[in-house]
Design a binder for this molecule. Sequence first.
Ligand SMILES: NC(=O)c1ccc[n+]([C@@H]2O[C@H](COP(=O)([O-])OP(=O)(O)OC[C@H]3O[C@@H](n4cnc5c(N)ncnc54)[C@H](O)[C@@H]3O)[C@@H](O)[C@H]2O)c1
Length: 441
Amino acid sequence: MSLSVSIFGLGYVGSVSAACFGSMGHSVIGVDVSRTKVEILDSGRTPIIEAEMSEMVAAASKAGRLRATTDATDAVLNSEVSFVCVGTPSLKNGKLDLSHIENVAREIGAAIRQKKAPHVFVLRSTVLPGTTETVVLPILERESGKRCGRDFTVCYNPEFMREGSAVADFRNPPYTILGASDANHLAPLRELYKDVPAALYETTIPVAEMVKYFSNCYHAVKVGFANEMGTMCKHLGVDAQAVTKIFTSDTKLNISGAYLSPGFAFGGSCLPKDLRAITYKAKELDLKLPVLESLMPSNAEHIDRTVDMVLSTGKKKIAQLGLSFKAGTDDLRESPQVQLIKRLMGEGMEVRVWDEDVSLGRLAGANRQYIEEVIPHIGSVLSADLEAVLRPAEVVILGNKSASKDRLSKHLRPEQIVIDLIHVDRAKRPEGAKTYEGICW
Ligand SMILES: NC(=O)c1ccc[n+]([C@@H]2O[C@H](COP(=O)([O-])OP(=O)(O)OC[C@H]3O[C@@H](n4cnc5c(N)ncnc54)[C@H](O)[C@@H]3O)[C@@H](O)[C@H]2O)c1
Protein backbone atom coordinates (compact mmCIF):
# COMPACT_ATOMS: atom_id res chain seq x y z
CA MET A 1 0.00 0.00 0.00
CA SER A 2 1.45 3.36 -0.95
CA LEU A 3 1.16 6.23 1.55
CA SER A 4 1.53 9.96 1.16
CA VAL A 5 4.12 11.46 3.49
CA SER A 6 5.49 14.92 4.07
CA ILE A 7 9.00 15.36 5.40
CA PHE A 8 9.87 18.52 7.33
CA GLY A 9 13.56 19.44 7.26
CA LEU A 10 15.60 18.52 4.20
CA GLY A 11 18.97 18.04 5.88
CA TYR A 12 20.74 14.68 6.10
CA VAL A 13 17.97 12.78 7.84
CA GLY A 14 15.06 14.41 5.97
CA SER A 15 16.55 14.19 2.45
CA VAL A 16 17.55 10.55 2.89
CA SER A 17 14.14 9.68 4.36
CA ALA A 18 12.43 11.49 1.45
CA ALA A 19 14.49 9.71 -1.20
CA CYS A 20 14.13 6.30 0.45
CA PHE A 21 10.37 6.51 1.07
CA GLY A 22 10.03 7.79 -2.55
CA SER A 23 12.02 4.85 -3.89
CA MET A 24 9.83 2.47 -1.86
CA GLY A 25 6.84 3.70 -3.88
CA HIS A 26 5.35 6.22 -1.46
CA SER A 27 4.39 9.71 -2.46
CA VAL A 28 6.65 12.27 -0.76
CA ILE A 29 6.50 16.04 -0.22
CA GLY A 30 9.70 17.57 1.17
CA VAL A 31 9.42 20.79 3.23
CA ASP A 32 12.14 23.19 4.28
CA VAL A 33 12.46 26.86 5.21
CA SER A 34 15.46 27.01 2.88
CA ARG A 35 14.25 27.95 -0.61
CA THR A 36 17.50 26.69 -2.08
CA LYS A 37 17.07 23.17 -0.66
CA VAL A 38 13.43 23.10 -1.74
CA GLU A 39 14.31 24.22 -5.29
CA ILE A 40 17.08 21.64 -5.54
CA LEU A 41 14.89 18.72 -4.38
CA ASP A 42 11.87 19.91 -6.35
CA SER A 43 13.97 19.87 -9.53
CA GLY A 44 14.93 16.23 -8.93
CA ARG A 45 18.40 16.84 -7.48
CA THR A 46 19.73 15.92 -4.06
CA PRO A 47 20.32 18.69 -1.49
CA ILE A 48 23.05 16.60 0.23
CA ILE A 49 26.01 14.55 -0.92
CA GLU A 50 25.46 10.88 -0.07
CA ALA A 51 25.97 7.68 -2.03
CA GLU A 52 22.94 6.71 -4.21
CA MET A 53 21.03 9.90 -3.40
CA SER A 54 21.31 11.51 -6.87
CA GLU A 55 19.89 8.48 -8.66
CA MET A 56 17.13 7.86 -6.10
CA VAL A 57 15.96 11.48 -5.99
CA ALA A 58 16.00 11.76 -9.79
CA ALA A 59 14.03 8.50 -10.19
CA ALA A 60 11.39 9.34 -7.57
CA SER A 61 11.00 12.84 -8.98
CA LYS A 62 10.67 11.53 -12.56
CA ALA A 63 8.02 9.03 -11.41
CA GLY A 64 6.06 11.96 -9.93
CA ARG A 65 6.45 10.64 -6.38
CA LEU A 66 8.68 13.40 -4.99
CA ARG A 67 8.18 17.16 -4.83
CA ALA A 68 9.23 19.91 -2.42
CA THR A 69 7.71 23.08 -1.03
CA THR A 70 8.23 25.77 1.60
CA ASP A 71 4.50 25.71 2.34
CA ALA A 72 3.81 23.61 5.46
CA THR A 73 0.05 23.80 5.04
CA ASP A 74 0.19 22.47 1.47
CA ALA A 75 2.35 19.58 2.71
CA VAL A 76 0.08 18.64 5.65
CA LEU A 77 -3.15 18.93 3.65
CA ASN A 78 -1.71 16.68 0.93
CA SER A 79 -0.19 13.96 3.09
CA GLU A 80 -1.35 11.43 5.69
CA VAL A 81 1.86 11.35 7.74
CA SER A 82 4.37 14.13 8.52
CA PHE A 83 7.91 13.19 9.53
CA VAL A 84 9.76 15.95 11.36
CA CYS A 85 13.53 15.85 10.76
CA VAL A 86 14.54 19.43 11.59
CA GLY A 87 17.79 20.12 13.43
CA THR A 88 18.12 20.04 17.23
CA PRO A 89 21.49 21.76 17.69
CA SER A 90 23.20 22.63 20.97
CA LEU A 91 22.85 26.09 22.48
CA LYS A 92 26.08 27.68 23.77
CA ASN A 93 25.54 26.14 27.22
CA GLY A 94 24.94 22.64 25.78
CA LYS A 95 21.16 22.71 26.22
CA LEU A 96 19.20 21.30 23.32
CA ASP A 97 17.78 24.02 21.05
CA LEU A 98 14.18 23.02 20.39
CA SER A 99 13.25 26.18 18.49
CA HIS A 100 13.11 24.47 15.08
CA ILE A 101 10.96 21.66 16.47
CA GLU A 102 8.64 24.15 18.16
CA ASN A 103 8.31 26.21 14.95
CA VAL A 104 7.48 23.16 12.88
CA ALA A 105 4.99 21.91 15.50
CA ARG A 106 3.23 25.31 15.35
CA GLU A 107 3.09 25.18 11.54
CA ILE A 108 1.85 21.59 11.40
CA GLY A 109 -0.64 22.23 14.22
CA ALA A 110 -2.09 25.22 12.33
CA ALA A 111 -2.40 23.10 9.19
CA ILE A 112 -4.10 20.26 11.11
CA ARG A 113 -6.71 22.83 12.19
CA GLN A 114 -7.69 23.17 8.52
CA LYS A 115 -7.60 19.44 7.79
CA LYS A 116 -10.70 17.24 7.87
CA ALA A 117 -8.94 13.85 7.76
CA PRO A 118 -6.85 12.61 10.71
CA HIS A 119 -3.12 13.30 10.54
CA VAL A 120 -0.10 11.41 11.89
CA PHE A 121 2.78 13.50 13.31
CA VAL A 122 6.04 11.57 13.58
CA LEU A 123 9.07 13.14 15.25
CA ARG A 124 12.37 11.81 13.91
CA SER A 125 14.75 14.48 15.25
CA THR A 126 16.80 13.53 18.31
CA VAL A 127 15.13 14.95 21.43
CA LEU A 128 15.46 14.24 25.16
CA PRO A 129 12.88 11.91 26.72
CA GLY A 130 9.62 13.69 27.46
CA THR A 131 10.04 16.31 24.72
CA THR A 132 7.53 14.79 22.30
CA GLU A 133 4.77 14.40 24.88
CA THR A 134 5.37 17.50 27.01
CA VAL A 135 6.65 20.06 24.48
CA VAL A 136 5.53 19.04 20.98
CA LEU A 137 2.12 17.50 21.71
CA PRO A 138 0.75 20.51 23.67
CA ILE A 139 1.82 22.86 20.83
CA LEU A 140 0.02 20.65 18.28
CA GLU A 141 -3.15 20.56 20.39
CA ARG A 142 -3.06 24.32 21.01
CA GLU A 143 -2.41 25.31 17.38
CA SER A 144 -4.85 22.79 15.88
CA GLY A 145 -7.58 23.21 18.49
CA LYS A 146 -7.90 19.41 18.21
CA ARG A 147 -7.18 16.43 20.46
CA CYS A 148 -4.26 14.03 20.15
CA GLY A 149 -5.50 10.45 19.95
CA ARG A 150 -8.82 11.53 18.50
CA ASP A 151 -8.18 13.97 15.61
CA PHE A 152 -4.46 13.35 15.09
CA THR A 153 -1.77 11.09 16.52
CA VAL A 154 1.84 11.61 17.61
CA CYS A 155 4.63 9.02 17.28
CA TYR A 156 8.40 9.01 17.73
CA ASN A 157 10.67 7.20 15.27
CA PRO A 158 14.41 7.79 15.85
CA GLU A 159 16.87 7.56 12.98
CA PHE A 160 20.08 5.51 13.23
CA MET A 161 21.74 6.36 9.91
CA ARG A 162 25.37 7.40 9.71
CA GLU A 163 26.44 10.15 7.34
CA GLY A 164 28.48 8.63 4.51
CA SER A 165 26.40 5.43 4.46
CA ALA A 166 23.03 7.02 5.15
CA VAL A 167 20.99 5.35 2.38
CA ALA A 168 22.43 1.90 3.12
CA ASP A 169 21.74 2.44 6.84
CA PHE A 170 18.16 3.58 6.13
CA ARG A 171 17.53 0.41 4.12
CA ASN A 172 19.31 -1.84 6.57
CA PRO A 173 19.21 -0.25 10.03
CA PRO A 174 20.21 -2.00 13.28
CA TYR A 175 16.53 -1.86 14.21
CA THR A 176 13.37 0.15 13.64
CA ILE A 177 11.93 1.78 16.75
CA LEU A 178 8.38 3.03 16.81
CA GLY A 179 7.18 4.92 19.89
CA ALA A 180 3.55 5.76 20.64
CA SER A 181 1.27 6.11 23.65
CA ASP A 182 -1.17 3.71 21.93
CA ALA A 183 0.03 0.90 19.63
CA ASN A 184 -2.94 1.58 17.30
CA HIS A 185 -1.32 4.90 16.35
CA LEU A 186 1.53 2.98 14.72
CA ALA A 187 -0.45 1.35 11.89
CA PRO A 188 0.82 3.67 9.10
CA LEU A 189 4.41 3.39 10.33
CA ARG A 190 4.26 -0.41 10.33
CA GLU A 191 3.14 -0.15 6.69
CA LEU A 192 5.96 2.27 5.79
CA TYR A 193 8.63 0.03 7.35
CA LYS A 194 7.21 -3.36 6.41
CA ASP A 195 9.94 -4.06 3.83
CA VAL A 196 12.83 -2.89 6.01
CA PRO A 197 14.68 -6.06 7.08
CA ALA A 198 15.33 -5.13 10.70
CA ALA A 199 13.94 -6.02 14.12
CA LEU A 200 10.99 -3.75 14.84
CA TYR A 201 10.38 -2.54 18.38
CA GLU A 202 7.09 -0.95 19.35
CA THR A 203 7.45 0.91 22.61
CA THR A 204 6.52 4.06 24.51
CA ILE A 205 7.59 7.46 23.21
CA PRO A 206 10.06 8.19 26.08
CA VAL A 207 11.77 4.79 25.60
CA ALA A 208 12.09 5.43 21.86
CA GLU A 209 13.51 8.92 22.58
CA MET A 210 16.02 7.56 25.11
CA VAL A 211 17.29 4.65 22.98
CA LYS A 212 18.82 7.24 20.67
CA TYR A 213 20.76 8.92 23.50
CA PHE A 214 21.73 5.58 25.06
CA SER A 215 23.13 4.59 21.65
CA ASN A 216 24.95 7.81 20.81
CA CYS A 217 26.45 8.23 24.29
CA TYR A 218 27.61 4.60 24.16
CA HIS A 219 29.19 5.15 20.75
CA ALA A 220 30.99 8.20 22.14
CA VAL A 221 32.21 6.14 25.13
CA LYS A 222 33.42 3.41 22.76
CA VAL A 223 35.40 5.87 20.62
CA GLY A 224 36.87 7.59 23.69
CA PHE A 225 37.74 4.24 25.29
CA ALA A 226 39.29 2.78 22.14
CA ASN A 227 41.35 5.92 21.53
CA GLU A 228 42.61 6.00 25.13
CA MET A 229 43.47 2.28 25.23
CA GLY A 230 45.08 2.68 21.78
CA THR A 231 47.13 5.58 23.16
CA MET A 232 48.33 3.32 25.99
CA CYS A 233 49.18 0.62 23.44
CA LYS A 234 51.21 3.08 21.40
CA HIS A 235 53.16 4.34 24.40
CA LEU A 236 53.79 0.83 25.66
CA GLY A 237 54.98 -0.28 22.23
CA VAL A 238 52.05 -2.67 21.76
CA ASP A 239 50.31 -3.23 18.40
CA ALA A 240 46.84 -1.67 19.03
CA GLN A 241 45.36 -3.28 15.94
CA ALA A 242 46.37 -6.77 17.04
CA VAL A 243 44.88 -6.10 20.49
CA THR A 244 41.54 -4.76 19.17
CA LYS A 245 41.24 -7.58 16.67
CA ILE A 246 41.41 -10.15 19.47
CA PHE A 247 39.37 -8.01 21.86
CA THR A 248 36.45 -7.53 19.45
CA SER A 249 36.32 -11.23 18.58
CA ASP A 250 34.94 -11.87 22.09
CA THR A 251 31.18 -11.59 21.63
CA LYS A 252 30.53 -13.20 25.01
CA LEU A 253 31.83 -10.48 27.33
CA ASN A 254 33.34 -7.66 25.23
CA ILE A 255 31.03 -6.96 22.28
CA SER A 256 27.80 -8.07 23.90
CA GLY A 257 25.10 -7.07 26.36
CA ALA A 258 27.35 -8.18 29.25
CA TYR A 259 28.04 -5.40 31.79
CA LEU A 260 25.33 -3.23 30.23
CA SER A 261 22.58 -3.60 32.80
CA PRO A 262 22.31 -0.50 35.02
CA GLY A 263 22.59 -1.72 38.61
CA PHE A 264 25.38 -0.84 41.02
CA ALA A 265 29.12 -0.19 41.33
CA PHE A 266 31.61 -2.71 39.99
CA GLY A 267 34.11 -4.33 42.32
CA GLY A 268 35.97 -7.54 42.94
CA SER A 269 39.60 -8.41 42.77
CA CYS A 270 40.26 -7.35 39.16
CA LEU A 271 38.40 -4.37 37.69
CA PRO A 272 39.40 -1.69 40.25
CA LYS A 273 42.96 -2.99 40.54
CA ASP A 274 43.52 -3.19 36.78
CA LEU A 275 41.99 0.22 36.12
CA ARG A 276 44.26 1.74 38.77
CA ALA A 277 47.31 0.03 37.25
CA ILE A 278 46.56 1.40 33.78
CA THR A 279 45.76 4.94 34.95
CA TYR A 280 48.87 5.00 37.18
CA LYS A 281 50.99 3.86 34.25
CA ALA A 282 49.40 6.62 32.12
CA LYS A 283 50.47 9.18 34.73
CA GLU A 284 54.03 7.87 34.62
CA LEU A 285 53.94 8.28 30.86
CA ASP A 286 52.49 11.82 31.20
CA LEU A 287 49.34 10.77 29.36
CA LYS A 288 45.92 12.21 30.09
CA LEU A 289 43.22 9.53 29.79
CA PRO A 290 40.07 11.21 31.12
CA VAL A 291 37.65 8.43 30.14
CA LEU A 292 39.57 5.77 32.06
CA GLU A 293 40.38 8.16 34.93
CA SER A 294 36.69 8.95 35.36
CA LEU A 295 35.66 5.35 36.02
CA MET A 296 36.65 4.97 39.69
CA PRO A 297 34.99 8.31 40.65
CA SER A 298 31.92 7.31 38.60
CA ASN A 299 31.82 4.00 40.49
CA ALA A 300 32.02 5.75 43.86
CA GLU A 301 29.04 7.92 42.90
CA HIS A 302 26.83 4.82 42.80
CA ILE A 303 27.73 3.96 46.37
CA ASP A 304 26.96 7.58 47.40
CA ARG A 305 23.65 7.40 45.54
CA THR A 306 22.65 4.23 47.36
CA VAL A 307 23.50 5.77 50.75
CA ASP A 308 21.44 8.84 49.80
CA MET A 309 18.52 6.66 48.77
CA VAL A 310 18.59 4.75 52.06
CA LEU A 311 18.86 8.01 54.06
CA SER A 312 15.94 9.50 52.14
CA THR A 313 13.66 6.68 53.37
CA GLY A 314 14.13 7.95 56.95
CA LYS A 315 14.38 4.28 58.07
CA LYS A 316 17.13 2.87 60.27
CA LYS A 317 16.84 -0.94 60.11
CA ILE A 318 18.55 -2.28 57.03
CA ALA A 319 18.90 -5.80 55.66
CA GLN A 320 21.76 -6.12 53.19
CA LEU A 321 21.49 -9.29 51.11
CA GLY A 322 24.89 -10.05 49.65
CA LEU A 323 28.31 -9.14 50.98
CA SER A 324 30.56 -10.37 48.18
CA PHE A 325 30.60 -8.43 44.90
CA LYS A 326 28.57 -11.15 43.18
CA ALA A 327 26.68 -14.30 44.07
CA GLY A 328 28.50 -17.62 44.11
CA THR A 329 31.78 -16.25 45.43
CA ASP A 330 33.17 -15.53 48.89
CA ASP A 331 35.74 -13.06 47.52
CA LEU A 332 35.39 -9.83 49.48
CA ARG A 333 38.26 -7.94 47.91
CA GLU A 334 37.03 -4.48 46.87
CA SER A 335 33.42 -5.51 47.29
CA PRO A 336 31.28 -2.37 46.81
CA GLN A 337 28.74 -4.05 49.13
CA VAL A 338 31.32 -3.90 51.92
CA GLN A 339 31.90 -0.19 51.19
CA LEU A 340 28.15 0.40 51.24
CA ILE A 341 27.64 -1.41 54.56
CA LYS A 342 30.50 0.54 56.16
CA ARG A 343 28.94 3.81 54.99
CA LEU A 344 25.49 2.86 56.24
CA MET A 345 26.89 1.84 59.64
CA GLY A 346 28.75 5.15 59.74
CA GLU A 347 25.41 6.91 59.25
CA GLY A 348 24.10 5.16 62.36
CA MET A 349 21.98 2.53 60.59
CA GLU A 350 21.32 -0.86 62.17
CA VAL A 351 22.54 -3.13 59.41
CA ARG A 352 22.17 -6.92 59.27
CA VAL A 353 23.85 -8.81 56.49
CA TRP A 354 22.89 -12.09 54.87
CA ASP A 355 25.19 -13.88 52.49
CA GLU A 356 25.11 -17.64 52.04
CA ASP A 357 28.50 -17.77 50.38
CA VAL A 358 30.17 -15.66 53.05
CA SER A 359 28.58 -16.95 56.26
CA LEU A 360 31.33 -17.06 58.87
CA GLY A 361 30.59 -20.68 59.71
CA ARG A 362 31.47 -21.76 56.17
CA LEU A 363 34.41 -19.47 55.64
CA ALA A 364 37.97 -20.53 55.98
CA GLY A 365 41.38 -19.07 55.24
CA ALA A 366 41.97 -15.62 53.80
CA ASN A 367 38.38 -14.42 53.70
CA ARG A 368 37.63 -15.45 57.28
CA GLN A 369 40.78 -13.64 58.36
CA TYR A 370 39.77 -10.59 56.27
CA ILE A 371 36.38 -10.39 58.02
CA GLU A 372 37.80 -10.99 61.48
CA GLU A 373 40.66 -8.52 61.11
CA VAL A 374 39.56 -5.86 58.61
CA ILE A 375 35.76 -5.73 58.93
CA PRO A 376 34.95 -7.38 62.29
CA HIS A 377 31.98 -5.00 62.75
CA ILE A 378 30.46 -6.47 59.57
CA GLY A 379 31.35 -10.02 60.62
CA SER A 380 29.36 -9.50 63.81
CA VAL A 381 26.15 -8.66 61.88
CA LEU A 382 26.60 -11.37 59.25
CA SER A 383 24.10 -14.21 59.29
CA ALA A 384 23.17 -17.22 57.18
CA ASP A 385 19.55 -17.05 58.38
CA LEU A 386 17.63 -15.12 55.72
CA GLU A 387 14.43 -14.87 57.74
CA ALA A 388 16.20 -13.54 60.82
CA VAL A 389 17.87 -10.82 58.71
CA LEU A 390 14.67 -9.83 56.90
CA ARG A 391 12.24 -9.89 59.84
CA PRO A 392 13.30 -6.64 61.60
CA ALA A 393 14.26 -4.81 58.38
CA GLU A 394 12.54 -1.66 57.14
CA VAL A 395 14.78 -1.39 54.05
CA VAL A 396 16.00 -4.46 52.16
CA ILE A 397 18.99 -4.01 49.85
CA LEU A 398 19.42 -6.67 47.17
CA GLY A 399 23.19 -6.61 46.74
CA ASN A 400 23.72 -9.80 44.79
CA LYS A 401 21.68 -12.54 43.21
CA SER A 402 21.97 -15.27 45.84
CA ALA A 403 18.38 -15.14 47.14
CA SER A 404 15.76 -16.45 44.71
CA LYS A 405 12.41 -14.82 44.02
CA ASP A 406 10.53 -17.58 45.86
CA ARG A 407 12.69 -17.46 48.96
CA LEU A 408 12.44 -13.68 49.22
CA SER A 409 8.74 -13.46 48.39
CA LYS A 410 7.99 -15.71 51.41
CA HIS A 411 9.40 -13.12 53.82
CA LEU A 412 8.89 -9.65 52.29
CA ARG A 413 6.14 -7.46 53.73
CA PRO A 414 4.27 -4.58 52.01
CA GLU A 415 5.71 -1.87 54.28
CA GLN A 416 9.32 -2.86 53.52
CA ILE A 417 11.27 -0.87 50.94
CA VAL A 418 13.39 -2.90 48.54
CA ILE A 419 16.41 -1.29 46.90
CA ASP A 420 17.49 -3.60 44.08
CA LEU A 421 21.14 -3.02 43.10
CA ILE A 422 21.30 -5.96 40.72
CA HIS A 423 18.42 -5.00 38.44
CA VAL A 424 16.51 -8.27 38.60
CA ASP A 425 14.41 -9.04 35.49
CA ARG A 426 10.82 -7.92 36.01
CA ALA A 427 9.53 -11.52 35.90
CA LYS A 428 12.05 -12.69 38.50
CA ARG A 429 11.50 -9.88 41.02
CA PRO A 430 10.44 -10.95 44.52
CA GLU A 431 6.94 -9.98 45.50
CA GLY A 432 5.62 -8.66 48.78
CA ALA A 433 7.13 -5.20 49.23
CA LYS A 434 5.16 -2.25 47.82
CA THR A 435 8.19 -0.08 47.13
CA TYR A 436 10.78 -1.65 44.84
CA GLU A 437 13.41 0.56 43.23
CA GLY A 438 16.93 0.72 41.88
CA ILE A 439 19.43 3.58 41.97
CA CYS A 440 20.04 3.78 38.22
CA TRP A 441 16.99 2.23 36.59
N1 LIG B 1 22.84 13.77 10.65
C1 LIG B 1 22.75 12.55 11.12
O1 LIG B 1 23.53 11.66 10.77
C2 LIG B 1 21.65 12.19 12.08
C3 LIG B 1 21.39 10.85 12.37
C4 LIG B 1 20.35 10.52 13.23
C5 LIG B 1 19.60 11.54 13.82
N2 LIG B 1 19.89 12.84 13.56
C6 LIG B 1 19.03 13.88 14.16
O2 LIG B 1 18.07 14.25 13.18
C7 LIG B 1 17.78 15.65 13.27
C8 LIG B 1 18.11 16.31 11.93
O3 LIG B 1 19.49 16.19 11.68
P1 LIG B 1 20.13 16.63 10.30
O4 LIG B 1 21.58 16.35 10.40
O5 LIG B 1 19.34 16.08 9.17
O6 LIG B 1 19.87 18.22 10.40
P2 LIG B 1 20.26 19.37 9.32
O7 LIG B 1 20.70 20.53 10.10
O8 LIG B 1 21.15 18.80 8.26
O9 LIG B 1 18.87 19.69 8.62
C9 LIG B 1 17.79 20.25 9.28
C10 LIG B 1 16.95 20.96 8.24
O10 LIG B 1 15.75 21.44 8.87
C11 LIG B 1 15.39 22.63 8.21
N3 LIG B 1 14.41 23.38 9.01
C12 LIG B 1 14.61 24.15 10.11
N4 LIG B 1 13.42 24.69 10.50
C13 LIG B 1 12.48 24.23 9.66
C14 LIG B 1 11.07 24.43 9.57
N5 LIG B 1 10.40 25.20 10.43
N6 LIG B 1 10.42 23.80 8.55
C15 LIG B 1 11.06 23.02 7.67
N7 LIG B 1 12.40 22.81 7.72
C16 LIG B 1 13.09 23.41 8.70
C17 LIG B 1 16.72 23.34 8.03
O11 LIG B 1 16.63 24.37 7.06
C18 LIG B 1 17.60 22.16 7.59
O12 LIG B 1 17.59 22.02 6.18
C19 LIG B 1 18.61 16.15 14.44
O13 LIG B 1 17.81 16.12 15.61
C20 LIG B 1 19.74 15.16 14.55
O14 LIG B 1 20.25 15.10 15.86
C21 LIG B 1 20.89 13.18 12.67
